[in-house]
Design a protein around this ligand. Sequence first.
Ligand code: MG
Length: 253
Amino acid sequence: MNQTNIVPGVYEIDSLLPKGMRSNIRSVIQLMFEMRIDMKLAIKGIIFDMDNTLLRSRIDFESMKIETYQFLASRGILPKDFSLQDHTSSTIIDIASKNGMMTDELLREMWEIPKKFEMLGMQNVVLESGVVELLHDLKGKYRMVIVTNNSIAAAETALREHEILHFFDTVVGRELMRSLKPSPDGFLYILDRFRNISAEEWISVGDAWIDGKASASAGIKFISYRGDKLKMENMSVYPSAEIADIREIKNYL
Ligand SMILES: [Mg+2]
């Protein structure tokens, strides 16, 4: 047996076994381990991000982030010298929501800001190219779900308007998550809802580092669709694959 590839822990088990059985049992454990490595689980479900993955929205995420921050800083919820560099609106909102200073009234006022930018950005939305063709090809063969930081109502309206809502088993929006992406909450909700599909049998696709981070934290493989490679690397997100056309997902199923 190749000693360098031995399964970690096998020699600890050794000491518990009668001497005569050790090598046989060692071989069986090693074999089971190798089979598990070779076994590639078939993909059964796909988790899509919505904005700029399925729909090319014009949501001004940068201004949304700045205005949300400015609101929170002006109310003394976040410090004046807070660095926005590695944050998104969702991570800023998450920090603010957890510091115990947010009243219901402040929360309501704060949410008006992302809502305003989402509404503006959802006007004149178009489908990313190849989306309809892809969804037609995959329909009935895979579970297909959406996890978006957008609200469920806004997401479903946009998807319905573009006649693709019916392709999806469910749309998980911010109302169903305790924390938004990059938190894995939305992905964990999916794992819990579809208990017959394990994390290894899902694959996710999205354009932003927060999609990759959330996916990895839930143990789900991530494909970057037109993502910013450098930004992802800076945020320690390492996609399994990078695609420039959404139809290329089929190569990874
Ligand atoms: Mg997106």
